[in-house]
Design a binder for this molecule. Structure first.
Ligand code: NAP
Length: 236
């Protein structure tokens, strides 16, 4: 660890967000673990050793994001790392081409997915940016997916794919905005991880899934506007 940081994580009561919160808190960082359900969030905190502060956050409710931002301004002050992790897949799970019914996710599913995976991250980032550390290295890590990579776009789950492509665009837009600062914005892909979203058949453990996140927070690699899996750069 380079220095003790304050790390804010969205959707951290289970899955990849929880594992990142756990590993970062247990390695000495101060973690603000957020979740949209108070009981689940507090329970998650109880299962982590180290300094973990719970705050309620539904990333799809702007008032909820505003309440978090007020709390950060009043009680925390500065954030060193923001991890936009909250996300889900609502599409029918189809992984083979079906030209007879290609966009099999409804517009309602598209909207729901974009609200959570993209607009939520946009809103949290916009409202937390004023509190990001401006004196030392700071990071925004967008938990994306290879399924959103344009260079190898595949079939099925169009809403999920498009939401992650949009999240990657947010990484690029912010990187351009903060070019001459010490704020580093990157997307990571955790790989296919055994969580409620990934399913039991996924090939990677939680520990493997958070490797890229933990690396960026602890080792501060000189990366800006990149797409990272583990310690490797992926094509967008
Ligand atoms: N697992 C994989 O194979 C994989 C692969 C590539 C990318 N990812 C990405 O990794 C991230 C985490 O996924 P995961 O696999 O850990 O999924 P997960 O186990 O299903 O966890 C998702 C987390 O997001 C939270 N969440 C859902 N809606 C929310 C909202 N409106 N506001 C705040 N939090 C909300 C959930 O909270 P509740 O418990 O309240 O629902 C939960 O804590 C996602 O962005 C996902 O797209 C995962």
């Amino acid at each position: 660890m380079n220095r003790r940081k304050t790390v804010l994580i969205t959707g951290a009561n289970r899955g990849i967000g929880f594992e990142a919160a756990k590993e970062l808190a247990e390695s000495g960082h101060r973690v603000i673990l957020t979740a949209r359900n108070k009981e689940k969030g507090i329970k998650a905190c109880e299962n982590i050793k180290g300094e973990v502060i719970f705050h309620l956050l539904d990333v799809t409710q702007s008032e909820s994001v505003e309440r978090l931002a007020k709390f950060i301004g009043k009680d925390i002050g500065t954030i060193d790392v923001l991890i936009n992790n909250a996300g889900s897949m609502f599409d029918p799970r189809r992984f083979e081409a079906n030209p007879a019914n290609p966009l099999d996710s409804s517009v309602a599913i598209l909207n729901q997915t974009l609200q959570l995976n993209f607009v939520g991250a946009y809103d949290v980032t916009k409202q937390i940016l004023p509190f990001m550390n401006k004196k030392e290295r700071a990071d925004i890590i967008n938990v994306s997916s290879g399924m959103g990579a344009l260079h190898e776009m595949g079939v099925g789950t169009p809403a999920y794919r498009i939401s992650k492509t949009a999240l990657n665009a947010l990484t690029k837009v912010l990187t351009a905005e903060f070019e001459n600062t010490d704020l580093h914005i990157n997307s990571i892909c955790p790989g296919w991880v055994r969580t409620d979203l990934g399913g039991v058949g996924a090939t990677r453990s939680l520990e493997e899934g958070v490797m890229g996140i933990v690396w960026i927070v602890n080792e501060e690699p000189e990366l800006r506007g990149q797409f990272i899996r583990d310690k490797e750069q992926l094509d967008f």
